[in-house]
Design a protein. Sequence first.
Length: 479
Amino acid sequence: MKLWQELARWANERPEHLAVLTPEHQLTYAQLHRRSYCLANQLTELSGHRIAVHTNDPIEMAIAFYGIVRSGKNMVIVDPAWPSNLATSMVSRLRCDLSLTSWNSLSHLGRSAQSGNHESPLAETPVETATDSSDTHGLLVICTSGSSSYPKPVLRTFASWEQSLNCGADILGATPIAATLCPGPISHGLGLYAMIESLHTGGTFLATGKWDPTGVRTLVEKTICTRIVTVPTILSKLLSLLGPELLSNLRTVVSGGEALNQDTVRELYRVAPRVQCLEYFGSSEHSLIAYRERGLAQSGPPHFDGQLFPGVRAHIHEMDPQTGFGQLYVDSPFNSKGYDPSSETNISRCGSSICIGDRARIEETGRIMISRRDDQMLNLNGNNIHTGEVSAALEAVGLPNAIVQLVELDGTPTLVAYTVDPPKNPATLLAKLQEYLPQYKVPHQIIYLRAWPESFSGKQQTKDLNIQHLEIQRSDDLR
């Protein structure tokens, strides 16, 4: 079914059911339908096609999303965490015509577009089954960070999101009775997708809009949380913050965005013994690619080892004959159209398949093993080194949180592994690593940190670590 039609259905079948709950406010399905309908009416009266949405408020984001869906225009997510000059530049580069900060306040070419668009009684906006725009019509532009100077704007269509939602919901535990907590930024891909997934399936979405420990605790004290969607960094914080007394009814945890280490999995099952822990691999460009269930037993292969979501097909380019790993190309009905023409980056294509730099190996059984897309290739003394391979080996020998970088130490290129795991005997560690890696891929140095540096949202800031700004508890030379 279409995005708007599903919202209309839930508003008709369960009008007073909570759609979105924040620490301060709540929104029922009837209210969400009514307000987004009013916004859509206003948008259709205004010229312009792309609407820049700039908000951390989950309720405002939900109304904006469905109002824009109903109007047939395009939604451009502007991250409130961006510096103002970057936000202004991105809005210009992406040719936004309108700016939206709340459901009843628009700016059009610098002029206020408020027009007394107050909420109408439900009787004046009956639940209908309006026809959505064409499946190939643009739905939204969501920006993903990358190595370029500007965030990469990914173009999503109605069809790609609808098919992704319809395919993934059952697998990932999104149901009408689920109360889904998503404690990260609502303006990021994972947070926005989790919200629409919850609303598309008639559930209740619990959110703070950005990482806010006090607000999260307030939310789970207000209502029973049965499902969590977040990144591993925040999941670990949640388990410490809330504990068994507030998570006893938890049934599903969905983790994405980073590698989920086994220590966090064990703590999750200690806090919520009846939970199902699901880890998925995806991206803003692909949406869902693969998933796996995580249990208490240590996983075997030191890579993401899962199965493709239904409808997803994959093949490998530039395969290493020794390891079977190569560039992963994904053909899927969930794929984005690519990047906006304003982007400095082009997406790699092979027919209808796209690649963003992930490396993978496809097993004869059909399962797929993936090294994460931030696994950069380094060249050290003429040797190509994929950092993901080194990190995977470190995980296999008991350092699941390691991040590998090539740095200059006293003018010498040095392969360094940073970790927050407990220190290990260097001689024993070296011997075990040599079972997985050739000598030139073994890190010269292991640096044990007290904690990772973090962003405003509580997500790890592990790109280009500066050794002078880190809290180091110990450093060991391996070679």
